[in-house]
Write a protein that binds this ligand. Structure first.
Ligand code: GDD
Ligand code: MN
Length: 371
């Protein structure tokens, strides 16, 4: 409006999305570093915080008082890196969006270089930690991490079709209209949003790479743990089977396998120590294993929609009900397969896999449905 006395703010050319979980110490520093790196290029920074207990959101808002190009999206009751990145990208005002770690492991001085690639016609620019096939940077301080990362990268490359040397990178930039196009189909679960984008749209996009050195984390700790690794393997299985096996199923199946161990221990103790008859011991073991499975799945497989309070108990009951149907189906199915002349292990295994898929599909719909 003409009567507005305030000087106009420059429209941002680039939006930088910083997903964050417990990065309170890092936010003020990285905002300064990005400012230095961007120089005269107008930009905005969106911190997407999943309600970190260390107060990252409050710190971001206090930084924003003196840096109005910074804002915070505070998500409550949700966790997940991919979902956070997506939400930040969708909230961007600039025509180009970048995603980077909030912990200074990514080299912010590469941002103008990446932006220049976009101006030159690239759809997607990836900050790559692998230059000429060798890995770069002290961020891979753990040997296991470097090895695991190499293995995952070669697997991921097989699937994505070698469009990039680093499909697992958390540092990338794209035009916002590209982000808008992919938004509807990328998975919001897990860690690997770039992998997901490249594996689906790699062939259609002009992808360029800008090398950078993966630095060591200064403050806070990495959230890339066992769970994230299993989630990623689940995503790989899902891609290999063209979506036939859902990404979460691997985790569900792992939990189920641990349930088998619980089952055998309880069965043995009930039968030998408590001197129960076989049927009573078997029923006891079955329901105890179902209960531990329910708790693990609630905590891990469906941790993003964890049931608490009253819903924990109603959820447990529906889980019992569904898994009991699954167990009956398992027995009926494996019996048929056995009668058909299959060896006993194949009959047993096919019944177990059938009922596990059934339990997964139905409990996902019934027990952990969207509230
Ligand atoms: N909002 C939100 N929610 N942010 C998260 C979450 C979450 O659940 N989990 C992690 N983050 C944030 C962290 O605070 C950090 O800013 C960034 O996402 C990356 O997490 P790190 O924990 O620092 O991951 P990393 O350094 O071990 O892993 C890096 O390398 C991977 C490949 O090896 C990241 O760049 C990954 O994106 C990358 O895939
Ligand atoms: Mn990091």
């Amino acid at each position: 409006m003409d009567s507005d006395p305030r000087p106009p703010l420059a429209a941002p050319e680039l939006t930088i999305v910083l997903p964050s979980y417990n990065e309170a110490e890092n936010i003020p520093v990285i905002v300064g570093k990005i400012g230095d790196a961007m120089g005269a290029i107008a930009h905005e920074i969106i911190v997407v915080d999943d309600d970190s207990p260390d107060g990252t959101a409050a710190v971001t808002r206090s930084v924003a008082i003196s840096h109005p190009h910074v804002r915070c999206i505070r998500r409550v009751g949700r966790r997940g890196l991919s979902g956070a990145c997506l939400e930040g990208m969708m909230a961007a005002n600039a025509p180009v969006v970048a995603v980077m770690d909030a912990d200074m492991q990514h080299d912010e001085t590469r941002l103008p270089v990446m932006l220049a690639e976009i101006a030159d016609g690239a759809d997607l620019v990836i900050g790559s930690r692998y230059v000429d096939g060798t890995r770069a940077g002290g961020g891979f301080h753990k040997k296991s991490r470097a090895k695991g990362s190499e293995l995952a990268t070669s697997l991921a490359n097989m699937i994505t079709g070698n469009h990039t040397t680093d499909p697992m990178s958390g540092f990338f930039m794209m035009r916002r209209d590209v982000a808008d196009t992919v938004a509807g189909t990328v998975s919001r679960e897990g860690f690997k949003i770039l992998f997901d984008i490249v594996s689906r749209f790699g062939a259609e996009l002009d992808i360029r790479e800008v090398p950078f050195e993966f630095r060591e984390r200064v403050a806070g700790e990495s959230k890339l743990g066992f769970l994230v690794t299993v989630q990623f393997l689940g995503l790989l299985v899902s891609r290999f089977t063209a979506g036939l096996v859902p990404a979460q199923f691997l985790l569900f199946a792992l939990v189920g396998t641990s349930g088998l161990v619980v089952h055998m221990i309880v069965l043995f103790m009930a039968a030998s120590l408590a001197e129960m008859g076989f049927v009573a011991a078997q029923i006891t073991a079955t329901y105890i294993a179902m209960t531990t499975n329910f708790i693990f799945n609630n905590q891990v497989t469906f941790g993003h929609r964890k049931l608490v309070g009253m819903r924990f108990w109603t959820g447990l009951l529906t889980f019992y009900a569904v898994c009991s149907i699954g167990a009956i189906g398992n027995i009926a199915f494996s019996e048929r397969v056995f009668e058909f002349g299959a060896p006993i292990w194949l009959a047993g295994l096919s019944g177990a896999v059938m009922s596990a898929l059934f339990n997964f599909a139905v409990t996902k719909l019934v027990t952990w449905r969207d509230a």
